[in-house]
Every structure is written in structure tokens, then in C-alpha cells.
Design a binder for this molecule. Structure first.
Ligand SMILES: NC(=O)c1ccc[n+]([C@@H]2O[C@H](COP(=O)([O-])OP(=O)(O)OC[C@H]3O[C@@H](n4cnc5c(N)ncnc54)[C@H](O)[C@@H]3O)[C@@H](O)[C@H]2O)c1
Length: 239
């Protein structure tokens, strides 16, 4: 088990797959989401006893970061791994993007990630921990109608290397509720992405994306920081 005795905070959707994979590898997890029903389902399906705690809260609220930090510290005495995965955004052509749309996207990703990462810093420093953020191909090669979404991505705090904290990103492609909503709203864009997928399918959240997070949370990636790993079936190639 590669995450034995590690304590993780995991926010959001693909996070459900990550939570399952982390528990299997021996970690204890505080799973955070604003969707209480999803948390209850995770608790009953994963059936992990004390190893799993859930916390319902809205990451856009300023008080969320401290609430999560305190809950994680109360659950397992500290934090080794922080996974910032939750995000909400709306899609629209750039000229129709409103202030509220930018506020929603930046508030649930950029600012929420910044606040939570900062709150967890003392624990991460003490344990020489890892931060895993979620990037998107939209921030790397761009997609129309995704201005506020892309703007919230690609944020990484590299300056913590001196504290022994690794900060890396995963840019995934996985079938989730968020992707379903995008596919309904922009079917041509979705079809184009799926048609071009070199590996022919979107990645299983638990089977194909979460193992990358396990790697980044484990000692196996100790010599990596500031990196974006593309777990996207080969869609993007960076050279
Ligand atoms: N699925 C993909 O193919 C894909 C591609 C590129 C990037 N990503 C990134 O991966 C991450 C997860 O994506 P997903 O597809 O699972 O998204 P999703 O929309 O399916 O799930 C998002 C989850 O975050 C939670 N959440 C949203 N806003 C919240 C808030 N303010 N407070 C608390 N919880 C909140 C939602 O309740 C939901 O459970 C996101 O950061 C996304 O941008 C996903």
C-alpha cells in the first residue's frame, strides 16, 4: 500500500474516484463537496469506516478553507496530501461572459484552491506533503466558450519546494457529471474531442485518473514538482 499512514483532503467529482483509490492504498481521507447526497453515497458505497470522513461545504465561501483544515486535523492529526479537484463554471462565448460567470469559475477554483492550499500549508510543511491541483486542456490549448473556465486553471505554488512540498497538476479527460453537462451544451465540441482521442476513450475516474493522483501523492513522485501530467488519452502533446 503506497499511501499507508498518509492523511488526505480531497475535494470534488473525479475526487470520488481518487478517494476510493487513496483508501485502497491505505490513506485516510477527508472528502469535501457541496453536494451532500454525493458524499452520503460515497460514504455508504466505499464503506471505509474511520478512514473516510466527509464534509459538506461550499468551497467558494471564505470560511471553507479553515473549516476543512480543522476537520482534517481533527480527523487524522494533520495533512499529507491536498487534492484540489472541485470546480464549477458556465460556458458561453467570451463576449457574453458576465462578471458573475468569471466570479463563479474563479471563486470555486482559483480562489478556493488558493485559500485551501494556504490554510493547509502548516500541515503540509510539517509532513513534507503533496498538493495535487487539476488543470485542463482548455487552459493549455484553449477551447471556445471556456474563457472563465480556462482562466481559473494552471495555478501552481512552486515556491514551496524549499519546504519539501511537491505541487503538481493533473490535466484529465474523464466522463463525469461536469462532462455530461458540457456534452449536452456543446455537442459538436464534445464529439470533436472524443473523435480525436488517440486512446479511443475517456479515462475512468477511479481506474485511469486516480492512479496518477496516487503516484503524485506517493513517495514515487518525490523528485517531481511544478509539473502538469496529462491523463487525457493522448489528446494533447506538449514538447
Ligand atoms: N472530467 C474531465 O474530463 C475534466 C477535464 C479537464 C479538467 N477537469 C477538471 O477536473 C476537476 C473535476 O472535474 P469533474 O469533471 O469531476 O467535475 P464535475 O463538475 O463532474 O464535479 C465537480 C464536483 O465538484 C463539486 N463542487 C463544485 N463546486 C463546488 C464548491 N463550490 N464547493 C464544493 N464542492 C463543489 C461538485 O458538487 C461536484 O461533485 C475539475 O477541476 C475540472 O475542471 C476535468
Amino acid at each position: 500500500m503506497r499511501l499507508q499512514r498518509k492523511s488526505a483532503v480531497v475535494t470534488g467529482g473525479i475526487g470520488r474516484g481518487i478517494t476510493a483509490a487513496f483508501l485502497r492504498e491505505g490513506a485516510s481521507v477527508l472528502a469535501v463537496d457541496r453536494d451532500e447526497e454525493a458524499l452520503c453515497t460515497a460514504e455508504s458505497e466505499l464503506d471505509a469506516g474511520d478512514a473516510l470522513r466527509t464534509l459538506q461545504c461550499d468551497l467558494a465561501a471564505r470560511s471553507a478553507a479553515e473549516e476543512i483544515r480543522a476537520a482534517a486535523a481533527g480527523h487524522s492529526g494533520g495533512i499529507d496530501v491536498l487534492v484540489n479537484n472541485a470546480h464549477t463554471s458556465r460556458q458561453a462565448p467570451f463576449v457574453e461572459h458576465t462578471r458573475e460567470m468569471f466570479a463563479l469559475s474563479l471563486g470555486t477554483d482559483f480562489y478556493a484552491t488558493a485559500r485551501l492550499t494556504r490554510s493547509c500549508y502548516p500541515h503540509l510543511r510539517e509532513r513534507r506533503g503533496s498538493v495535487i491541483d487539476f488543470a485542463s486542456g482548455a487552459g493549455l490549448d484553449g477551447q471556445s466558450h471556456q474563457a472563465s473556465y480556462a482562466a481559473a486553471k494552471e495555478v501552481v505554488a512552486n515556491e514551496w519546494a524549499a519546504d519539501g512540498i511537491n505541487v503538481n497538476l493533473i490535466s484529465p479527460l474523464a466522463p463525469t457529471a461536469g462532462v455530461d453537462a458540457w456534452a449536452k451544451q456543446r455537442p459538436e465540441q464534445y464529439e470533436q474531442v472524443v473523435r480525436k482521442l488517440p486512446l479511443g476513450h475517456m479515462g475512468g475516474p477511479e481506474t485511469e485518473i486516480a492512479p496518477v493522483a496516487v503516484f503524485l501523492a506517493s513517495e514515487d513522485s518525490a523528485y517531481m514538482t511544478g509539473q502538469t501530467l496529462l491523463a487525457d488519452g493522448g489528446t494533447l502533446v506538449l514538447r
